[in-house]
Write a protein that binds this ligand. Structure first.
Ligand SMILES: [Zn+2]
Length: 276
């Protein structure tokens, strides 16, 4: 599943590819991708004639901004965007096509069909589902250790479960939680409310630097992630703990253990990340 760095990479790529393009018409081949409005014909009619002005991100959602509208798009497991010429053959699993006036097309492909699109009048998307209940944005300049502590520091769940909860902090999925907790020297099963202020400082730094490092190289390409230009990200080569079960820890050489925390496959070093 694309996580925050992957979606950020797709956002940046789409900003290079589709800004200022005018939508001529829209084809929807799989109605259930379109969650708002209810009627796919209304969806297509509302978008026709509009110009794309930018692409932003909230958590793992893309916000495609148009003059007067915002299209909120979640890729879920396998969704991906690609820019094509209208003459290019349409590949399998292409569910939505935005036909532009310049003869190019933005196509949305999704093998698993779990992705969603919601269309809103400008200014309304952040006030309604699915964006209105989202938590802190870890790549925002305003994100501080104190905000992280206030968001998760009273929770009796494991710190891993708390970090995965999108209503506390957005966009850090399984891979980046494991990497951040390893970097911070915190056991994934440690109760969130037992972390000290200094642990929150170290964890905050670890989250920001882990996500930032991944964005630098275009995300990771675990499974089938490919960004908007068909390039694969490079962060999987920098993973220090995720997917390294029974391999030696890069810090101390102890074999990395895999367990289940918060219902997810979890990697940790028993020496570097002691359970308090
Ligand atoms: Zn270690």
């Amino acid at each position: 599943m694309p996580e925050l760095p992957e979606v950020e990479t797709i956002k940046r790529t789409l900003n290079e590819l589709i800004v200022d393009k005018h939508i001529d018409h829209v084809t929807v081949n799989l109605p259930r991708i379109i969650q708002r409005p209810d009627d796919i014909h209304a969806f297509a009619m509302e978008l026709a004639g509009h110009r794309i002005t930018g692409v932003e991100r909230r958590g793992k959602f893309l916000r495609i901004l148009l003059d007067g509208l915002v299209l909120v798009s979640h890729l879920r497991m396998e969704g991906r965007y690609g820019l094509y010429s209208q003459d290019d053959p349409v590949e399998k699993h292409t569910h939505v096509i935005f036909h532009f006036k310049d003869g190019t097309e933005l196509r949305y492909q999704d093998v698993r069909q779990f992705g969603t699109m919601h269309l809103f009048p400008a200014g309304q998307d952040l006030l309604e589902k699915p964006l209105n209940k989202l938590g802190l944005e870890p790549m925002d300049e305003s994100f501080t250790p104190e905000m992280l502590r206030d968001a998760v520091g009273t929770r009796s769940t494991s710190i891993k479960a708390a970090l995965l909860n999108q209503s506390y902090v957005v966009g850090i999925g399984n891979i980046y939680v494991d990497e951040s907790l390893f970097k911070a020297g915190i056991h994934p099963a440690q109760p969130a409310k037992s972390l000290t202020d200094s642990q929150f400082h170290v964890l905050h730094e670890a989250i920001v630097s882990t996500l930032g490092a991944s964005i630098q190289v275009g995300g990771s390409s675990i499974k089938s992630f490919v960004n908007g230009q068909g390039k694969t990200g490079g962060f999987q080569h920098q993973l220090q703990i995720y997917g390294r079960n029974a391999k030696p820890c890069v810090n101390c050489g102890t074999l990395i253990e895999k367990s289940v925390v918060a219902g997810r496959g979890t990697h940790h070093c028993p020496v570097c990340q002691p359970l308090h």
